[in-house]
Write a protein of this length. Structure first.
Length: 251
């Protein structure tokens, strides 16, 4: 690390990654948006899941102003965010066999729905089992992951496979193994992770694609408006009444 401040270098790294996913993942983004639009048009429901910090990008598209009202969070106790104490427990739970199946068995997911699974490494038992079990139910799966991990690490699932191996569409975040963009001679470890910035952008790009794909078919996208603009609450109330059977975060 030489020219520029650490902040400048981080922005450069993040912008470079965003440019890469924009160019290299354009086809996958289009495919994911089409898959979600197909699901909505056919009466299916949409869900997003992520563990630990990967959950941030999933939460970013749920109950979000400007976002699709139909996107629901599939929560796994103890692994959504870092609110569990100790925080290391969340990481341990990601490696527990059977947890994903137990969650799916008690969730509203059913055949015809779509599930976005976000996992940076895609190597732990939880996201792999989640994808396998969801597809067995007849659920379409979109995986958001760094494909580099599959080439440079080993799987922690009994099958030896990764999340990317069990998806209908894969979005590659291009994040390097270790998720740290900067190094400095005076700091003993790499630092400044960019996975949240890039993954959240990928998710919003897919959501935008989905909304436009629905509009192209003559279907009004069920979008939420900000409650902080005049008429926002009334707008959202109408959308939630119309699509109440496909929205689970309000019950």
């Amino acid at each position: 690390m030489s020219d520029g401040t650490p902040a400048d270098l981080f922005f450069d790294a993040a912008i470079g990654l965003l440019q890469r996913v924009r160019e290299e993942e354009a086809g996958a983004i289009a495919a994911a948006g089409t898959l979600l639009a197909d699901t909505v048009a056919a009466g299916g429901r949409l869900f997003a899941f992520g563990a630990g910090h990967s959950s941030l990008a999933a939460q970013d598209v749920v109950y979000r102003a400007g976002g699709l009202a139909l996107m629901n969070l599939l929560a796994v106790p103890g692994v959504v965010g870092v609110d569990v104490t100790p925080a290391t427990l969340g990481s341990a739970l990601e490696r527990v066999d059977g947890l994903a199946s137990a969650v799916l068995d008690t969730s509203p997911l059913r055949s015809g729905d779509a599930l976005v699974i976000i996992s940076l490494s895609g190597r732990n038992a939880l996201p792999v089992e989640m994808a396998l079990s969801a597809r067995a139910l007849g659920v379409k799966v979109i995986g958001v992951t760094s494909v580099a991990y599959a080439a440079q690490t080993t799987s922690r699932h009994s099958s030896g496979s990764f999340l990317k191996d069990h998806c209908d569409v894969v979005l590659d975040s291009k994040i390097a193994v270790g998720d740290a963009e900067l190094t400095l001679d005076t700091i003993p470890a790499p630092f400044a992770p960019a996975s949240t910035v890039v993954t959240a952008a990928l998710m919003q790009a897919v959501m935008a694609t989905t909304a436009a794909a629905l509009a192209d078919r003559g279907i009004e996208p069920p979008l939420l408006r900000s409650g902080n603009v005049d008429g926002g609450h009334e707008w959202n109330g109408r959308v939630m009444r119309e699509y109440g059977d496909r929205i689970f975060y309000r019950h």
